[in-house]
Structure formats: structure tokens, C-alpha cells
Ligand binder design. Structure first.
Ligand SMILES: [Zn+2]
Length: 245
């Protein structure tokens, strides 16, 4: 028992040593779309954080006429002109929304989330959201209505600020690809398991990762089962943590 207490004490001390004093508890909001009669419908959301385009996914969406909401950053928009052209040529399939200017987590206190440094102040959160919207405006796309921050984690105060700017915040209910780090099989299994009302998150910016192959497989399985796909703008999205109301 004493050994346990001593051990516990050491753990407690080391935890307090690595947590910055002002770190906030973060929230990872969920999002669902309202169910509709029939064989069910899901919303596919794909993040384009930076880097390149996974053309396996993009081509499969076009060939199989699967609509998707793509969350793009200013960084990604700069380097993926060919992909943007394809998306803009299919306005019936692709809705482009705001994933921030520089892919910086929308957390207004300094801390790291999955190794990424947070915006760190209210001003920096606003700059991230507004620069993402400005980068999208240059492409000629409709004004974005949804925002999803890098890492999809937020401080509650950042959520309130982003809502005041007029954006709904896009959580999710099915983590399809585990940050694009999962294998093809597990990614396909998770996506194929989506049910009526689910909002799937995966990535479209990692063409060298195995997960992308799984995204395509999972989507084709859902389609074969008769589920339909909707974009966030075409569905009533209901999120928790004050993200949509
Ligand atoms: Zn991202």
C-alpha cells in the first residue's frame, strides 16, 4: 500500500510538472445529421489539412457520385490547384468548408494537442478562422458556413468565439481513419459500420497512407448497402458542446 501511495505521488508530481498551469480542458464535439426515412443517410467529411491530394479518394468520389464536405486549409489551397479544379467542376458533389488558415488548433490558451501547438490566444484563434475563410473566398467558392479546427479539439471559449463569427463547428460521430494513421482494413471496417445519421471524418491529403485505400473501400460498401450521402449544407447537423445551436 505504501509503495502504491509513493508511486501515485510520483505520478501526480510528474503530471503537474508537464502540464502548463493555464491548460484548459479540451472538448471534441460530436455531430450527427437528422435521420430520414429510407435506408439511411450519412455525411462524409474529409479534411485537407495540408500536403497533397489523395487522388484515389477524389477519383472514387467523382466516379461513384458520392457527395462530400471537404474541410480545406489555406496551406492546402495554395498547393493543390488541380484538385480544387476537379472539386469546382462538380459543385453537385463537393462542398468546401473552413479548416483554418494555417492548421492551428482553435484553443485560446498555449498548449500542445497531438504535438501541434495551439493558437494560444483569442486573437490567434480568430486569425486562424478568418484567414481560412479568406483563403476560400479567393477560390470563388460560396462563403463557408462550417468550421473545423486542426485536431478537431477546442477550448469552450474558442467554440463560443467561432460561433460569434457565424460559423457552425463540425464535430463528427465516426472517426474513419484515425488521423489517416490506421491501416486500410481497419479504416474500411470503421467507415462501412457507419449508420443512419452519422458524420464520418477522414482525410483526403495523405496519398501515401494505406488509410486512403480503406476510405474508398468503406464508402463503396456503404453505397452498396443503400445508404445515401449528404453534404453538411444539405442536412440538419446537430452537434453538442454548443457547436451548432
Ligand atoms: Zn486537419
Amino acid at each position: 500500500m505504501r509503495l502504491f501511495q509513493k508511486h501515485f505521488c510520483v505520478v501526480a508530481i510528474s503530471l503537474s510538472a508537464i502540464s502548463p498551469g493555464n491548460a484548459q480542458l479540451l472538448v471534441e464535439p460530436t455531430l450527427h445529421i437528422k435521420s430520414e426515412a429510407g435506408s439511411g443517410r450519412v455525411a462524409l467529411t474529409l479534411d485537407a489539412c495540408g500536403g497533397k491530394t489523395d487522388t484515389r479518394i477524389l477519383s472514387a468520389l467523382v466516379e461513384n457520385e458520392i457527395p462530400a464536405t471537404i474541410f480545406v486549409t489555406g496551406i492546402w489551397l495554395k498547393h493543390n490547384a488541380a484538385a480544387i479544379e476537379i472539386m469546382r467542376a462538380h459543385p453537385e458533389l463537393f462542398e468546401l468548408e473552413n479548416h483554418g488558415g494555417r492548421h492551428i488548433p482553435a484553443v485560446d490558451t498555449p498548449q500542445k494537442i497531438y504535438g501541434i501547438r495551439s493558437a494560444g490566444s483569442p486573437e490567434a484563434v480568430l486569425a486562424e478562422v478568418e484567414s481560412g475563410a479568406a483563403a476560400l473566398a479567393v477560390t470563388g467558392e460560396p462563403v463557408p458556413k462550417w468550421f473545423r479546427g486542426a485536431t478537431a479539439e477546442y477550448s469552450s471559449s474558442a467554440i463560443a468565439m467561432i460561433r460569434k463569427l457565424g460559423f457552425k463547428i463540425a464535430g463528427f460521430s465516426v472517426n474513419g481513419d484515425g488521423g489517416s494513421l490506421l491501416g486500410a482494413k481497419e479504416t474500411a471496417r470503421r467507415i462501412a459500420a457507419a449508420k443512419d445519421g452519422d458524420v464520418i471524418i477522414a482525410h483526403i491529403n495523405q496519398p501515401t497512407h494505406a488509410a486512403g485505400e480503406g476510405v474508398v473501400q468503406g464508402l463503396l460498401e456503404l453505397k452498396a448497402k443503400g445508404l445515401t450521402f449528404v453534404r453538411l449544407d444539405d442536412a440538419d447537423g446537430v452537434g453538442d458542446e454548443g457547436t451548432t445551436d
